[in-house]
Design a protein around this ligand. Structure first.
Ligand code: SAH
Length: 508
């Protein structure tokens, strides 16, 4: 096939060990540009939200009960994606060339004549130990380290693993993919000359809020791992550097380490709260209860957006409305100036902040994001703009919004048209397995950031784990919790996300 038969280029990108902050800047930029994203289980789910909404996302990892797509199918898929898309990202856990079969994927692309680039990543072989306080090298202990796979096991007939070479090697040894055959591999190593009393550790879910580690010796690690309930994905470290863990472990000192916190916001909105909690060491379960969906009447929406430049006022009721509106706006117009000279109102600071991203300042905005307050603000300030009577207004909002703004402005003789930009629907999919995790592993804290997150969470009929505490963002959400007979253990003082995080931090 001629080389130029392919439109696209494939980027093999390392997603790092688990903390999305450990992805490279180049990788993140490419995800944002990608037309197609091929990923598996180890990549942090939040990375998917960095992609454009129209980016095609293809999961090729293991599904519960099912195997992952065979490697040959993944290779063929990448080639096929490059025939349809300009920028294809193949996202792989850790570094793409460390036991990720990234080398084979690159070969397949090269053979098929598809252009590709590799964006290296932070490998769990080094970062995994580091996040548990174990430097893989240290002048006092070693001058080399070996990384090997435990996947093949130590069975002489089947395995190509150089057991005696590893057993007698100097320095630190790091094993990936070794959990299912851990006991067998460690035994084989000891038989081949590995010192049995050398310190050894296993670190599971390194660089995430779920991180768990156990340290022992080569002889006792398999038992210790069993007792601690540690399984894949985990890295095993063998060597004297393991002795440094008690001194250098920094992750377990983070204030929310060991706390599992549930975030119920929509997938698009969750990242601010999740990110802050993760930075403090929490294990975050993102369990979106609602999802923002296109409006029921897309044609009406499109027409309203096209006509928007003819209005005297544009009124935005939510950040989602702003996002959806401008997504549609820029599909039609290229220049923000096409919006014309309309004055702009926002229901509160969050919506105004979203408008600011498009370079637009607001003329009217109440401090509290409530429809009645917006009307009061119009009453107070409206005269500055010549009043609202006989003025044309386009009210951009979600289908579930209350009618207050429309009714009250009409009463004041404004000429109000509506632009229904989106609808909120219950999230029925459990793509990231969050619902299963909540059911099986429980949680320490569940956060509610609006009344609708409370209502939709309750309608999902998920059990509230025993001992799980409730954190509410403010009085309105707290009142909705009361409707269901629930009382929050803590309420944010300032009704903002940072204040909610502060409140959770103080929970004892
Ligand atoms: N390319 C990856 C490794 C892929 S093999 C890298 O460079 O990290 C998959 C193995 O990586 C898992 O079985 C486990 O041993 C290890 N691994 C990946 N992420 C991990 C994490 N967050 N914590 C512990 N081990 C991890």
């Amino acid at each position: 096939m001629a080389k130029n038969a392919f439109l696209g280029k494939v980027y093999l990108i390392g997603a790092g060990p688990g903390d999305p902050g450990l992805m490279t800047l180049k990788g993140r930029d490419l995800i944002a540009k990608a037309d197609c994203l091929v990923y598996d289980a180890l990549a942090a789910p939040v990375m998917l939200t960095w992609a454009k909404s129209e980016c095609e996302k293809i999961y090729v990892g293991k599904r519960s009960g099912n195997h992952a797509l065979p490697q040959s199918d993944i290779n063929a898929l990448l080639v096929e994606c490059a025939s349809r898309h300009a920028c294809v990202v193949r996202l792989k856990g850790g570094d793409p060339y460390v036991f990720g079969r990234g080398g084979e994927e690159a070969q397949a692309l090269q053979t098929a004549g598809v252009a590709f680039e590799v964006v290296p990543g932070v490998t769990s072989a080094i970062a995994g130990p580091a996040c548990a306080g174990i430097p893989v090298t240290h002048r006092d202990y070693c001058t080399q380290f070996t990384v090997f796979t435990g996947h093949e096991g130590a069975n002489k007939e089947e395995s190509t693993l150089d057991i005696s070479g590893i057993a007698t090697a100097q320095g630190t040894k790091v094993m990936l993919m070794g959990m299912s055959r851990l006991r067998e591999t460690l035994e084989a190593l000891m038989q081949a000359g590995q010192g049995s009393d050398v310190p050894a550790a296993a670190v599971q879910w390194a660089a995430t809020g779920r991180q768990k580690m156990v340290s022992a010796t080569v002889a006792t690690l398999a038992d210790a791992v069993e007792t601690a309930g540690i399984s894949s994905p985990a890295v095993v470290v063998i060597g004297d550097v393991v002795k440094l863990a008690p001194q250098l472990d920094w992750r377990s000192k983070l204030p929310l380490c060991g706390k599992r916190v549930v975030v119920t916001r929509t997938r698009e909105q969750a990242s601010e709260l999740s990110g802050m909690l993760e930075t403090l060491g929490a294990d975050v379960i993102e369990l979106p209860t609602i999802r923002v969906a296109p409006p029921s009447d897309k044609r009406d929406f499109a027409e309203a957006v096209v006509d928007a430049p003819h209005y005297d006022w544009l009124i935005f009721s939510s950040p989602n409305g702003v996002r959806r509106f401008f997504q549609a706006f820029f599909a039609v117009y290229e220049d923000i100036r096409e919006i014309g000279g309309a004055r702009i109102a926002a229901v509160g600071p969050g919506t105004a902040a979203e408008l600011k991203k498009f370079g637009l300042m607001v003329d009217v905005m109440p401090q509290k994001a409530v429809a009645e307050e917006l009307i009061a603000e119009f009453d107070r300030k409206g005269e500055e703009f010549g009043g609202v009577a006989n003025v044309t207004m386009l009210w951009v909002h979600g289908e579930q919004a209350r009618r207050v703004i429309y009714d009250e402005l009409m009463k004041r003789q404004a000429i109000v048209d509506e632009c229904l930009a989106y609808s909120t629907v219950p999230e029925t999919e459990d793509v990231s397995g969050a619902q299963t995790r909540l059911r099986e592993e429980g949680a320490d804290v569940i956060t509610f950031t609006s009344s609708s997150t409370v209502r939709h969470f309750m309608s999902m009929k998920l059990p509230l784990p025993e001992g799980c505490r409730i954190a509410s963002i403010g009085p309105v959400t707290t009142a909705t919790l009361a409707e269901f007979g629930l009382k929050p253990d803590v309420e944010a003082e300032a009704h903002t996300i940072p204040s909610l995080v502060e409140a959770i931090r103080k929970l004892k």
